[in-house]
Design a protein around this ligand. Structure first.
Ligand SMILES: [Zn+2]
Length: 227
């Protein structure tokens, strides 16, 4: 097995292509992949079983075997199911599986995610079929519709994490507004002569806030792009 050479930048969802009620576990899938395919280990990093139990497969630090050419820098999460009783692609996720997937994506976002432009922790989440050139239905549902292009934002909200919890303190606009207001008030109270007429002082404060806004937007954009 190879270690990742890139930082983790996306979570990829899969299904096991098993029929409803078939409770496959990680040991069985490991046999498919090791004995059947001749791989070193199970291809997925996590399996979400029918009852929502999350089982660990390949260690996260190693590249999985789940999307051709896209194993470096991605974590593979599979759920048990994905085809109907007749074998057609079907979203068979149980309520327990849906909840467990959200929990797991949330954890992974906090482990690998970056702050998005709104200061929330987020990571890209894709379905196997979303990659170019993949002619499979896996994971048999629209990942973007359920989790958004950056699912973990939703997960952060669901778990009660707010902007204030996750945003670095210096990225708070309120902080800067108040800091500038206090500085202006203190200057006024102590009659510090800023050498500006009243209109000039208002313009100076507005200009400082404009610069702060631009810097915050640029730095938070960068934090996302860096991933
Ligand atoms: Zn797949």
């Amino acid at each position: 097995m190879r270690r990742h050479t890139k930082p983790i930048e996306a979570i990829v969802l899969h299904c096991t292509a098993t029929r409803p009620g078939r409770d496959v576990d990680i040991a069985e899938i490991r046999r498919w992949h090791v004995d059947g395919n001749g791989w070193d280990d199970v291809g997925y990093h996590y399996l979400v079983r029918l009852d929502g139990t999350i089982e660990t497969g390949r260690p996260e630090g190693f590249q999985g075997a789940h999307v051709s050419g896209q194993n470096d820098g991605t974590i593979a999460v599979a759920y048990a199911g994905g085809v109907s009783a007749s074998g057609a692609p079907s979203d068979t996720r149980t309520p327990a599986q849906k909840a467990a997937i959200l929990d797991l994506l949330d954890e992974l976002a906090f482990e690998y995610g970056a702050f998005d432009v709104d200061g929330r922790l987020a990571i890209r989440v894709l379905g196997h079929r979303d990659f170019p050139g993949v002619a499979k239905a896996c994971p048999s549902f629209d990942v973007a519709a359920d989790y958004g292009a950056r699912h973990a934002v939703a997960a952060a909200i669901l778990t009660g994490e707010t902007d204030m919890d996750t945003k670095p303190f210096w990225a708070s606009k309120t902080l800067w507004v108040n800091a500038v207001a206090i500085a202006a008030a203190v200057a006024g109270a102590f009659s510090v002569d800023l050498g500006l007429d009243p209109e000039g002082q208002v313009a100076a404060v507005a200009a400082i806030m404009g610069v702060v806004n631009i810097v915050l937007r640029l730095t938070t954009d960068k934090a996302v792009a860096a991933k």
